[in-house]
Design a protein around this ligand. Structure first.
Ligand code: UD1
Ligand code: CA
Length: 464
């Protein structure tokens, strides 16, 4: 049976109190609208149509950025005149489909494929299957009106009688509908209701009149829409628990799942251990057997196997090879690449810098726009002076070089293979391979100086 999906996402989202369209707010690193799209894909939708309205251009751009230009087709609903009207705008894009049409909302990210499968099953051989739910407070929802146990129609909250308002069973808003019936039924919708809108729910009565409706109940938590930031926060907590549980089941250790934040798109190898307060954002890929200790924050970072990230390491857009040690308090800015067995210690900052196999920079160092060879040792307090006030320049340190402590490398500059730079040197010229570079004022030792100074002080005090 073929399935197409229409996702309604034209609404304004007034209660978000935001300049950003509601469906572009992020939940565990993904825009809200991405969840129903992925759900539709997971259910095998042949076609996905997204109805956009409010901030249509921004939503289109975000969807194209995440899925490419062809995965999702967009229909514009310029004015929001109800859910029936929204589906009508999508109709031209599903005019030729046969089989079933699944209707989803753009703002219900917690809905799962496992919950929709029974709805799709129930729709077999019927015109319409509707997802119901029982919220703690049914206010605002369309109530399911039954007669003799059979669903007759959905009554919107604002059209309810006092008695109907007491019905606890409500319409969740997701349906699986026979495509031909949907096209035909939509043409009969009228806006003679309390809100003057075209209600998609009115087609439920049409299917019910032919005794061709099925109802499947869903847990309220899954179908609850996000209307404000409070809903968003609750949904994020729920989604985060789900994500963490999946990683725990797949062999990741978390010292404290309650304070571990992992975005949807993150991949983590087995036997990796995450300390409390670890945040893995965007598209992180973490290898097997890693230790990522308390407070590490990684964004779009690839980490090889068996790495050890000590507490409070912050890294972004970087690639870390196997068995690398980082931190505590290390900072990798975008474009850093560390080969295997690199050691980066406390208060070391890297930007657009490559470090070769086994290279080390263990303390208090800034390496920017640098290429560091294999087994290079970068001493404490080394600084690449990569910016001259106008442009950035590169520093190249070849294999096996030794950079003494408190060195400044004024770029562009190259230190040859195996060269030694003495501590305290300001390197302004290239250093040939194997050479020693030194730029210190010669040291003078004055014997007995301290005692003479002390005496002078004593004398001065006696004179006063
Ligand atoms: C709708 C149902 C109601 C159900 C409730 C569940 C109708 C008439 N009522 O309520 O029975 O209990 O969902 O949440 O269908 N949208 C558009 N264009 C529009 C209107 C809405 O795209 O013109 C989108 C919204 O962005 C949202 C979804 O449709 O994603 C639901 O809209 P909302 O206004 O929240 O639902 P109601 O119509 O109040
Ligand atoms: Ca509503």
């Amino acid at each position: 049976m073929s399935l197409s999906t229409i996702i309604l996402a034209a609404g304004r989202g007034t209660r978000m109190c935001s300049d950003t369209a509601k469906v572009l707010h992020r939940l565990c690193g993904r825009p809200l609208v991405e969840y129903p799209i992925r759900l539709a894909q997971a259910l095998g939708s042949e076609r996905i149509v997204l109805v956009v309205g409010h901030q249509a251009e921004a939503v289109r751009a975000a969807v194209h950025a995440r899925f490419g230009p062809d995965a999702v087709q967009l229909a514009l609903q310029a004015e929001q005149r109800g859910t029936g009207h929204a589906v009508l705008q999508a109709l031209p894009l599903v005019a030729d489909v046969s089989g079933k049409v699944l209707i989803l909302y753009g703002d219900t990210p917690l809905l799962r494929a496992d919950t929709l499968q029974p709805l799709i099953q129930a729709a077999r051989g019927r015109l319409l299957a509707l997802l119901s739910t029982r919220p703690p407070d049914p206010r605002g929802y369309g109530r399911l009106l039954r007669q003799g146990g059979r669903l007759v129609r959905v009554v919107e909250d604002r059209d309810c009688s006092e008695a109907e308002r007491l019905i606890p069973e409500v319409n969740a808003g997701m349906y699986v509908i026979e495509a031909g019936f949907l096209r035909e039924a939509l043409t009969t919708l009228r806006s003679d209701n309390a809100q003057g809108e075209l209600y998609l729910t009115d087609i439920v009565a049409q299917a019910a009149a032919r005794d061709e409706v099925a109802v499947v109940e869903a847990p309220f938590e899954e179908v609850q829409g996000i209307n404000d930031r409070l809903d968003l926060a609750h949904a994020e907590a729920a989604m985060r628990r789900r994500i963490n549980e999946a990683h725990l089941r797949a062999g990741v250790t978390m010292r404290d799942p309650a304070t571990t934040f992992i975005d949807e798109d993150v991949i983590i190898g087995r036997d990796t251990e995450l300390g409390p307060g670890v945040i893995l954002r965007g598209r992180c890929r973490i290898g097997v057997g890693c230790r990522i200790e308390a407070g590490c924050v990684l964004t779009d970072v690839t980490v090889g196997d068996q790495c050890h990230l000590k507490p409070y390491t912050v890294a972004q857009d970087s690639v870390i090879g196997p068995r690398v040690q980082l931190g505590p308090f290390a900072h990798l800015r975008p474009g850093s690449e560390l080969a295997e067995d690199v050691h980066i210690g406390n208060f070391v900052e890297l930007k657009k810098t490559r470090m070769g196999r086994g290279a080390k920079a263990n303390h208090l160092t800034y390496l920017g726009d640098a290429e560091v060879g294999q087994r290079v040792n970068v001493g404490c307090g080394t600084i690449t002076c990569n910016y001259d006030g106008y442009a950035k320049h590169r520093t190249i340190i070849e294999d096996g070089a030794f950079i003494g402590s408190d060195t400044q490398l004024v770029a562009p500059v190259r230190v040859g293979a195996g060269a030694v730079v003495g501590a305290g040197t300001t390197v302004v010229q290239d250093v040939p391979p194997g050479a020693l570079a030194l730029s210190r004022a010669p040291q003078i030792n004055r014997e007995g100086y301290a005692e003479r100074r002390h005496k002078r002080r004593e004398q001065a005090r006696g004179d006063n």
